[in-house]
Write a protein that binds this ligand. Structure first.
Ligand SMILES: [Zn+2]
Length: 610
């Protein structure tokens, strides 16, 4: 039995999309893992990486019955659509009174809530069980579903492989293997795949010091009281009016500070704390002449669909909501996300900002964070080291993004000029730690002995690499936000001076550095002319008449001479160390998958996978 909807000619005639290289790679890696006997695999794919396409490809190639489960209508519709595009029409949908109900189909796409109330398909058979938005897989409805299919191959998909309370997703009941489909670094390199938003903090900050934590996140009632204020809401409206119509100008691929063209205002989704907060903000925007709608869990399905269609066509400019428009919304026209809702959930943060990152008509997305989420949870498109057994960590020692004090933009740590307003970062700002105040505070309450142990590890590292004594103090400051006690630095200075081994290492390193610099000078002279990047940088410096060293800067420079030199000399060495690459290789399966022994081994063997 097939469904007439998917046999209709226009859908059959749709061109079959070709898999992107990382999607192909993921399918190959999945095959290898299943051949190795892995049964519960969690695939991590940033929002917008095209996981629905990969899920549809798996279903197309599967030789076992498939049950694909999600918790929202939007996700179910999206997967059914992707399958139709790949020519899979024999599909049943198990959700409420959905008219695509088709119990005889070998592929079933279901809502987890409906499945809990009905007879489940394929019981007692080996199947492939796909769980979308699998960061919810520890909830009771999913756990009982997993128990009903003890022999299933379970494939979970998520952008953030952590539970909503931040804990990892490994363990007996859940996943045993983590597979990274793609990292942001790879996806952002191709503007046809993902586009990073420009990120700005609000001017006004909410004081959350009296807001309690309830469960895994801030207490919603208290949060609503704090965030629902004239000062904060007014700032949000003004910020959007100031920025939503400005589109950055690039010259030779480099953004020219402060240069913008004016154009249509970005289609926007605003995330508020609760219904009253969302309605209040929607009313403010409406008074400012913005075409805006409010959406919440009580909005009927057809109205909600109409709102997103309106946003797509431009009839609407903004939808205000509270956590309704997060998962499964696939409207690439959304080019601005406003956060008015502080959260402690890395999943909520990344899911919502990810809505704006799909490419659409070359518009650079915008993220206006009026909730302190960027500071609290980090850059929403920074790759993290995910794990099934530990909380996610940042990679290596890469410094986080910093905020421009003039325009509140979040800026790459190595930038010396703000690409948004042209302000120059002071030497202090260039090197000051950019960790959130909470993290710095937490570190600073560590006992003295732990701080000394950290400091001493840097001393040992400095000695072994031939770095100067100031290195340890500089790293300490990066980590804790302030300098170590003076007598510590004095103490290790003598220690360094008496160390012949260190002096030899230092001499050799300086020699290597001199040779490298001489070679670079030669190469530059041979090239004869400046790179487009250098020309652009010089032009922008002239434009903003920056580059003059102030007296304060010179004084500060002198003061920091020792540590700055140490940092500078180690930066060169560090950049040669491929931290990310190494971590990525760890995720790759062995080149030759071991011989297939399990009854499931051939479920994904079909060559016809794209
Ligand atoms: Zn700026």
């Amino acid at each position: 039995m097939t469904l007439p909807l998917f046999n209709a000619t226009p859908l059959q005639a749709l061109p079959v999309k070709k898999a992107r290289p990382y999607q192909d790679r993921t399918l190959t890696q999945l095959r290898a893992l299943v051949a190795q006997g892995k049964r519960r695999i969690l695939v991590v794919a940033p929002t917008g990486a095209g996981k629905a396409f990969v899920i549809a490809s798996i279903i197309k190639a599967a030789t076992l019955p498939v049950l694909s489960v999600a918790h929202r209508k939007e996700i179910i519709d999206h997967i059914v659509k992707q399958m139709a595009q790949q020519g899979i029409s024999n599909v049943g949908v198990i959700r409420g009174n959905d008219d695509r109900w088709n119990p005889s189909a070998s592929v079933q796409v279901g809502s987890v809530a409906t499945l809990a109330r009905r007879d489940r398909p394929f019981l007692g058979q080996p199947i492939i069980l796909i769980i979308d938005e699998a960061h919810r897989a520890n909830s009771s409805s999913y756990v009982s579903l997993l128990q009903e299919y003890p022999d299933a191959i379970v494939l979970g998909f998520t952008a953030t492989p952590v539970r909503l309370d931040g804990r990892p997703l490994g363990g007996d009941q859940l996943f045993e293997e983590l597979l990274i489909m793609a990292r942001y670094e790879e996806l952002l390199r191709n503007p046809d795949w993902l586009v990073a938003p420009d990120c700005f903090s609000g001017r006004e900050r909410a004081d959350l010091s009296r807001v309690h934590v309830a469960g895994a996140d801030f207490d919603e009632t208290e949060l609503g009281q704090v965030m629902h204020s004239d000062r904060l809401e007014g700032d949000i409206v003004q910020h959007w009016l100031n920025r939503a119509h400005l589109h950055p100008v690039f010259k030779n691929g480099i953004r020219v500070p402060k240069q913008f063209t004016e154009g249509g205002r970005r289609r926007t989704v605003l995330f508020a704390v609760n219904i009253a907060h969302s309605q209040s903000l929607a009313a403010r925007f409406a008074r400012a002449g913005v075409r805006v709608a409010h959406l919440d869990g009580n909005t009927p399905e057809h109205e909600r669909d109409a709102m997103f269609r309106g946003l797509e066509t431009g009839e609407l400019e903004m939808i205000c909501n509270c956590q309704v428009a997060v998962e499964g919304v696939d409207v690439p026209a959304i080019k601005c996300v406003i956060h008015a809702c502080p959260t402690m959930s890395i999943t909520k943060h990344r899911q919502s900002v990810g809505r704006s990152m799909r490419p659409w008509t070359g518009i650079v997305p915008l993220y206006l964070d009026h909730a302190g989420n960027f500071d609290r949870l980090g850059c929403p498109f920074e790759d993290l080291a995910w794990s099934l057994t530990e909380r996610p960590k940042r990679f290596g020692s890469r410094p986080p993004m910093k905020m421009c004090k003039a325009c509140f933009a979040y800026v790459e740590p190595q930038k010396t000029l703000c690409p948004f307003c042209g302000a120059e970062f002071t030497r202090e700002e260039k090197r000051a730690p950019q960790e959130s105040p909470e993290i710095l505070h937490e570190r600073n309450t560590e006992p003295e002995a732990m701080k000394w142990a950290f400091f001493w590890r840097q001393v040992v590292m400095a000695k072994s690499k031939g770095f100067k004594p100031g290195f340890a103090a500089a790293i300490f400051r990066e980590h804790y936000g302030n300098w170590p006690p003076k007598h510590w630095s004095e103490k290790i200075k003598n220690d360094f001076n008496g160390d012949q081994l260190w002096q030899d290492t230092l001499a050799r390193r300086l020699e290597r550095k001199a040779v490298r610099e001489a070679r670079e000078r030669q190469e530059q002279a041979a090239m004869g002319e400046k790179s487009p990047e250098e020309i652009a940088l010089e032009e922008t410096r002239e434009t903003w008449a920056i580059g003059m060293e102030t007296r304060e800067n010179r004084l500060l420079e002198k003061q920091l001479e020792g540590t700055a030199a140490a940092i500078e000399s180690v930066e060169g060495e560090w950049s040669e160390e491929p931290i990310e690459e190494r971590a990525e290789n760890e995720d790759l399966p062995p080149e030759e998958p071991p011989a297939a022994e399990s009854p499931f081994a051939d479920w994904l063997e079909s060559e016809d996978i794209r």
